[in-house]
Design a protein around this ligand. Structure first.
Ligand SMILES: O=C(O)CCC(=O)C(=O)O
Ligand SMILES: [Fe+2]
Length: 332
């Protein structure tokens, strides 16, 4: 990550969470990820592979475990954790996938790295109706979907959103590990937290945002799903609220709320930072307080396009037990 990075001064007092692994820490993670990738049946979504991933996750270098634990306790003003110098199996990477809804099923060093970190943070989860319920999903540009408001798009900027804002059990955290960056236009992941935006929202608007005057539709990645019941955009502590909004999918139920929503969109546009991930960098965003999106870019479809791998994390899997068959990782 280079320009406009998370080391830019935060909007107000607070920690910026980031950690660059040393050479020996990198090798230690690589060894664990290589061991995990080779663990039978070498399938990411398999219960026995995930059991091994939980065990090996506990052996990650202590500075990494500390950084994750600290971030989990309080995600800071920016709500993001940036990890650098992670292994991705760099020299042996295949071409960037190019098809819609591409996912990783067979274990690789990169996918194992994401799984180890996700399981150190909490529980890996996926949605049966999205990307066939795979735990590690590819974020790649897809030909024909350039203008889509999904992670397969490119020509259009992907609007700031909370991941799966419509869902009663949206992820608590989203992780994006970069395998290949967009070397031409240097497209970044945009991040903006409600902790940064709140001081810029006036009190009257905050009041409206705390009321159930909004609805949100499922994103294009979901095969099916109902739009939400009326919900507030802000909830919890008025001083440090959670946020639930998708500027492409949330609509207001009345004119006043629509104006407030539009002002909120502009405010978030002001505080958003572009995180230009380089290969081996992973950004985790706290999906309760951070909106994310993506700059527009021009893919070449030559096998070398931008390639991220995405994971979702829940902190408490008892909450969703009734939605997960056999206590597995996929919500139905
Ligand atoms: O491409 C990116 O940087 C982020 C895309 C996104 O919003 C997602 O995959 O959830
Ligand atoms: Fe997203």
């Amino acid at each position: 990550m280079t320009v406009h990075d998370l080391s830019a001064p935060p909007a107000k007092e607070g920690r910026t969470h980031q950690l660059e692994l040393t050479g020996s820490e990198h090798r230690a993670v690589e060894e664990l990820a290589t061991d995990l990738a080779a663990t039978p049946p070498q399938l990411l979504d398999h219960p026995s592979w995930l059991e091994r991933a939980r065990q090996l996750g506990a052996q990650l270098p202590s500075r990494l475990r500390e950084a994750v634990r600290d971030y989990r306790h309080d995600p800071g003003v920016q709500g993001a954790l940036l990890l650098r110098n992670l292994p991705t199996g760099g020299d042996t990477l295949p071409d960037t996938p190019s098809v819609k809804d591409s996912v990783e099923r067979t274990a690789t060093v990169a996918a194992a790295t994401s799984a180890l970190i996700g399981l150190a943070l909490g529980e890996l989860v996926a949605y049966r109706e999205e990307k066939s319920g795979a735990l590690v999903q590819n974020v790649v540009p897809v030909r024909g979907l350039e203008s889509s408001q999904s992670n397969a798009g490119s020509a259009a900027e992907l609007e700031l959103h909370v991941e799966n804002a419509f869902h009663p059990f949206r992820p608590d955290f989203v992780g994006l590990l970069c395998l290949r960056s967009d070397t031409v236009t240097r497209a970044g992941t945009r991040v903006a937290s409600v902790r940064q935006a709140l001081p810029l929202i006036d009190e009257a608007d905050t009041k409206v945002l705390l009321q159930s005057r909004f609805v949100t539709a499922p994103p294009p990645s979901f095969r099916s799903g109902e739009g939400t019941w009326a919900h507030p955009v802000l909830d919890g502590s008025p001083d440090d609220p959670n946020i639930c909004v998708d500027f492409n999918a949330t609509t207001a139920l009345d004119d006043e709320a629509a104006q407030v929503l539009e002002r909120l969109r502009r405010t978030f546009g002001q505080v958003a930072q572009s995180v230009r991930l380089a290969p081996g960098e992973m950004v985790l965003v706290d999906n309760r307080v951070v909106l994310h999106g993506r700059d527009h870019f021009a893919p070449r479809y030559d096998g070398r396009d931008r390639w991220l791998q995405r994971i979702f994390v829940h902190l408490d899997n008892r909450r969703t037990r009734g939605h997960r068959t056999g206590n597995g990782a996929v919500m139905v």
